[in-house]
Design a protein around this ligand. Structure first.
Ligand SMILES: Cc1ncc(CN)c(N)n1
Length: 220
């Protein structure tokens, strides 16, 4: 029988806070079709700014993988992630036009700035590959699980938001998150107790910042 990984243990242990991110009222309102257009527009505009800051963070994870990982697949998976972020930024610009949002005029809100500050700290060379990779996986998996729930059977997501939800809720993105999770688990198996603890703290912190990000979007 296959042993369960550390990440699965954390997901079970921190289930209440993880669920508060992936089943946040903002996501539930998309899923049941009651989302307010101003909330969606706030999220879209703020997330564009976030993703711009996310790119250098992922690049820093790639550099750490090149230096520290003994598995060449890791580099390929992360590089694939960076390539799709290029497409993602173009998508945000196209979507902003559709919703009449002037991206050049968007100012980051406090929750967004706080989250980006956390990313900035994780880019430091003092932060090891295992911890940075854990953060990367956590950031991606919260979006994957949240948006997947908006495209599953029974959801009443408005048709004009379907494409957004598919972007992170599609099967390919789900497989990509699973690859990241396996990479994290493999690293954690070889990590010191101190490193494992640090990675768990970072995992929790990411999930909490995701909750704040949704709160900001829905105006809570
Ligand atoms: C806040 C946030 N978290 C995660 C993702 C997915 N890359 C995102 N676009 N924005």
């Amino acid at each position: 029988m296959q042993e369960i990984g550390k990440t699965e243990i954390w997901l079970r242990k921190h289930c209440p806070v993880y669920n508060s991110a992936t089943k946040h009222p903002f996501i539930l309102s998309i899923r049941d079709g009651t989302v307010e257009s101003h909330s969606f527009k706030t999220w879209l505009a703020q997330d564009y700014l976030f993703v711009r800051e996310f790119v250098p963070f992922v690049a820093s994870v790639l550099i750490k993988a090149c230096k520290e990982s003994d598995v060449s697949d890791d580099v390929e998976v992360i590089l694939g992630g960076i390539a799709s972020l290029n497409d993602e930024l173009s998508w945000f610009k196209k979507e902003a036009k559709k919703w009449d949002i002037q991206l050049s005029e968007v100012v980051p809100q406090k929750e967004n700035k706080d989250y980006c500050r956390l990313l900035g700290g994780l880019m430091s060379s003092d932060v090891g590959y295992t911890v940075a990779l854990t953060a990367f996986w956590a950031i991606e998996v919260v979006y994957q699980e949240s948006f997947a729930s908006c495209v599953e059977e029974g959801s009443k997501t408005p048709v004009e938001l379907k494409e957004t939800c598919e972007r992170w809720g599609n099967e390919g993105f789900g497989q990509y998150c699973q690859s990241l999770q396996k990479m994290v688990d493999r690293r954690l198996l070889k990590a010191s107790d101190e490193e494992v603890k640090k990675a768990e703290v970072v995992f929790l912190s990411i999930v909490e910042h995701e909750v704040e990000f949704w709160n900001m979007s829905s105006g809570n």
